[in-house]
Design a protein around this ligand. Sequence first.
Ligand code: NDP
Length: 632
Amino acid sequence: MINEEKENLSFDPEILREKYLQERDKRVRADGNDQYVEVKGDFSYFVEDPYVTESISREPNTNTYHTIVIGGGFGGVLSGARLREQGINDFKIIEKGGDFGGTWYWNRYPGASCDIESYIYFPLLEETNFIPKRKYTNAPETLDYFNVISEKFSLKENALFQTEVNEVKWLSDEKLWCIKTNRQDSIKAKFVIHANGFLNKPKLPAINGINDYQGHTFHTSRWDYDYTGGDSNGNLENLKDKKVAIIGTGATAVQCVPHLAASAEKLYVFQRTPSSIDERNNSNTDEEWFKSQKKGWQNDRRENFEGFLTGSFSNRDLVNDGWTEIFRTILGGLMNNGPSKLKIFSWVISAPFYSDFYKLGLKTYIRNEFMKFISRKDISQKVEMIDFQKMEKVRKRAEEIVNDPQTAESLKPYYRQLCKRPCFHDEYLQSFNNDNVELVDTDGKGVKEINAKGIVHDEKVYEVDCIIFASGFEVGTDYSRRCGYQITGVDGITLSEKWKNGLSTFHGIHSKGFPNCFFYGPGQGPFTANFTHSLDEQSSHVAYILKYLDNKKLNFVEASDNAEKEWNETIISKARNMESFQEACTPGYYNNEGKPNTNPQNNSYGGGALEYFELLGSWRKNNKLQGLVTAE
Ligand code: NDP
């Protein structure tokens, strides 16, 4: 970097680079994902359902269906909606919880909300005519919206709630799947869609003495309102004479800490790594504006959002929020130095007279050129510099909001913006100005010991009435473990056995040896911050395949050897070389707890989510189920 440029900066890049590495080194642990315990056995009380008001009683189900969908979150209800649209009605959605909602059923902690814009996060808005109240929605409105979708597509009549799948097995003779549950169901189905979600299995840090603790304790995804009082909007009145500790400071804690701070007599926030917290700026929906949107607006808007996240050059930022700002800043900084052909093409694809066909080709071309461009060394340095500037602003924000300088310093994140999930909140940092709130900065070490009375840290016992675990969800563990059931395919081979050396799929959806079986989430598919966008694309895609098979009276579909091999190769060749970036990151679930994924086959689709959606779209247009083997 030239000296002149360096002089204009308010920080020294070399010092910051060194500081980032020091902070990472404090946190890297040899045990990686094994630092967490699986929530079962002695810990299973952490995953009991606190929200069910009435336990269902029913006879075991032994029927045979066209399709079984496992999971009643957005993936499950979207599957139901898209199946109905295709005229397929003989299906059941099996859901562990007492209602639809998935992640939103479980995560109804105080303050739970979504910081992806509601106009793109809520799927099917054009079909349901629902108008979200605010730019960013919250858990109660999201659960209400599940009811809206469910009513629109009459999904409740197809649901088996309070039912946990514990085995899924292919019956070769019958060419059917057999699904067993904790309610002694033995259901058969021609097709199975695994819509289990991505962050569905709570995890706990393996802290000595968790079960010795005599006070009250729970995980944020099973919030105990009987104990705290209040609801998702806060007002936790039962905590007014309680001392509470929360372990973890990720996106969940950032949202519930302000409510705990407002209600508890005393709140200790145990921090291992601070989150990066930028402004959220929520606002009410302008209904006139909303109603004036033209047909197809929602897809345009979510594609526009996704475009910013994957390096497309759009001249209009429709969502215009903290997410797109991250990428707009990087793109804007680069465009000044970028190859002029990229700039020209970006204007060309915005022109209305170009056909979709040309636009698609140009977009893919631009994205590929862009990826080549940013992997150049001089450009990587420029991106790093823009990142330093952005994170300096985030750190400055903590300093400006938090009164106590030492606490403010502890709350500053020293890592690159996308090492961890960025958070956006306008009350979290302010909570630390309350007299009853104390940040316990463990300086990267985390909580290591709990005793009967509370948390032991630096030889001090923090005696508390309640410990809340905001410690997140399993990500890097075996897919079947996260599902909570094993899938046994052709010749008795389990999915865990097939994938023991890496994922192997076609489109991230099919895997050979597991016919008539569809996956939405294990990997080799799209990665996007707006997860419902992927679920919508994938559920529409699977519903199309099922309809195709029904029309042709086909009962069997499986990825061909070749198609799966080619897709694995595509995943490997398109894997963005993020290894060095991730290695330099502070540990977290984005980099497999500091042990970046070295098997390129386990990556998501490296061309980005938009390119993946376009690819599935052209595949459907081709209308031949190319790459799939079918039979009657
Ligand atoms: P995370 O995995 O992001 O956070 C877990 C937290 O627990 C981290 O701060 C982690 O520290 C901490 N931790 C783990 N072990 C210890 C220990 N021994 N001592 C102290 N702290 C410890 O889980 P979340 O539930 O917060 O979020 C999960 C994901 O859910 C988010 O990334 C996001 O994708 C989604 N989400 C989205 C929201 C939104 O839209 N706003 C809101 C909530 C969740 P460390 O960082 O050091 O590992």
